[in-house]
Design a protein around this ligand. Structure first.
Ligand code: ATP
Ligand code: MG
Length: 412
């Protein structure tokens, strides 16, 4: 039997990009031989094994044939006679279809090195169109390698368009879509994922709420970039630049969904877009079955982002109620994430990318102030429901003092 390193590790090694996992393909072996050598079988669909010590994945070389709808509609054939070239041709991109043997010899039957040099994400064969998941994978690779100058090849984009139109994308499970999307969101150029999905028509199918933002205008005084879709992508870029968490990035992505629902006659103003956004944000989160904390932050950012922008001028009582709705006493980390997302919205605007956002520090300070006031510090004669009232009173007072100190500082 022969063993080759394949997939991402070969690609990233040639690119000088860091990689974290190694996948191997084994040619000329049977499952029985693998088991006899101590490999552990995994998965019921594919003949894949784990190395007894390194735990790296070793898959028997296989061919595949489309037999049904969607991601699972494949039949596999593995046998000791399946060649390396046959295994590589079923892979998605030429840059993912190279193999390296023990001696360091590179096998590149489909032009992967050339496409690496030309910075092209190009499909290996027309069988590409058999698996709709590849549309998401390619968009994710486009996001990951954007800084290196990679683009989707024209012919590949054509196939992605066909796939998007065919209705096959609907066969993807929400878990699969969320898995690819959440990985893409953590790339430094996450916006490129959504741009590529939009360019091939997949955004409309998978995230119609986001697609609907494109072409919707905003007031140029606040949004020199005007278009809501462009603003959303610019805000997401800010979240990547801040290296913020997945929850923050996702909340930023969804913060303005309500703007697609503004009545035409009100444009380019978007009064009430925070309220209007709650339903589409809920729908996206439920459809993708995102974790509860992810959904809660997305809803909070959608609903309250204007309040954060206005923080410096809010009355102390209003600021307290905002903090309370954000669950400041139990979830300070959510308030921090909320502030980060609002800052991305503020800077995700053409020419304003580096503007100051003093609201961030102000709301953080406000959070510290209200959290530092605790029941045990109250006089002992305060009892029962009075405790709660007294705490609120003290917190609002402290926020008043914070506001005065801030305003004083502004005048110096
Ligand atoms: P990453 O760095 O994200 O792990 P990768 O290229 O290694 O990227 P994997 O998902 O680990 O991606 O898959 C390993 C290899 O298997 C890929 O390089 C590709 O050759 C092949 N592959 C994985 N999924 C598909 C698919 N849906 N269609 C075709 N080939 C695929
Ligand atoms: Mg991999």
């Amino acid at each position: 039997m022969q063993v080759y390193l394949v997939g991402g590790a070969v690609r990233d090694r040639l690119l000088g990009h860091p990689y974290h996992e190694k996948d191997y393909v084994v040619v000329g072996a049977t499952p029985q031989q693998m088991l006899a050598q101590g490999f552990q079988p995994v998965g019921k669909d594919f003949p894949v094994f784990l190395h007894p010590e390194t735990k790296d994945e070793y898959a028997l070389a296989r061919t595949e044939r489309k037999s049904g709808h969607g991601y699972h509609g494949f039949e596999f054939y593995t046998g000791a006679s399946v060649t390396l070239e046959q295994d590589l041709i079923r892979r998605d991109l030429t840059i993912n279809a190279m193999a390296l043997d023990d001696d360091g010899t590179l096998y590149d039957p489909y032009g992967g090195q050339q496409d690496l040099a030309q910075r092209l994400l190009r499909h290996v064969s027309d069988a590409f169109a058999e698996d709709p998941l590849r549309v998401l994978r390619i968009a994710r690779f486009a996001a990951r390698y954007k800084a290196l100058g990679f683009k989707v090849a024209d012919e590949t984009l054509q196939l992605m368009k066909q796939l998007a139109q065919s209705g096959e994308l609907e066969a993807l499970t929400p878990e699969r879509v969320w898995k690819e999307t959440s990985r893409a969101l953590m790339e430094d150029h996450a916006d490129e994922y959504f741009e590529v999905l939009r360019a091939c028509g997949a955004l409309k199918v998978l995230f119609p709420e986001l697609d609907a933002l494109y072409g919707v205008p905003q007031r140029p005084e606040y949004h020199p970039e005007i278009d809501c879709g462009i603003h959303t992508m610019m805000s997401l870029q800010q979240a990547c630049r801040g290296n913020y968490s997945l929850d923050v990035r996702f909340a930023v992505l969804l913060h303005d969904l309500g703007k697609a629902l503004t009545p035409k006659e009100e444009l380019p103003r978007h009064i009430m877009h925070e309220q209007r956004g709650l339903q589409p944000v809920t729908e996206v989160c439920e459809r993708m079955r995102v974790p509860t904390h992810t959904k809660q932050l997305a809803l909070a950012v959608c609903k309250e982002h204007l309040k954060c922008h206005q923080a410096l001028t809010l009355k102390p009582g209003t600021l307290w109620r905002l903090l309370q709705r954000l669950d400041v006493l139990r979830r300070p980390e959510r308030v921090e994430a909320f502030i980060q997302a609002c800052e991305c919205d503020s800077r995700g605007r053409l020419g304003l990318e580096n503007r100051e956002y003093p609201q961030a520090q102000y709301v953080l300070d406000a959070m510290q102030v209200v959290r530092s006031i605790k029941a045990q510090d109250l006089p002992p004669d305060i009892q029962g429901p009075d405790i709660g009232e007294m705490l609120i009173e003290k917190r609002i007072k402290a926020l008043s003092a914070l506001k005065q100190a801030f305003e004083l500082q502004q005048t110096i």
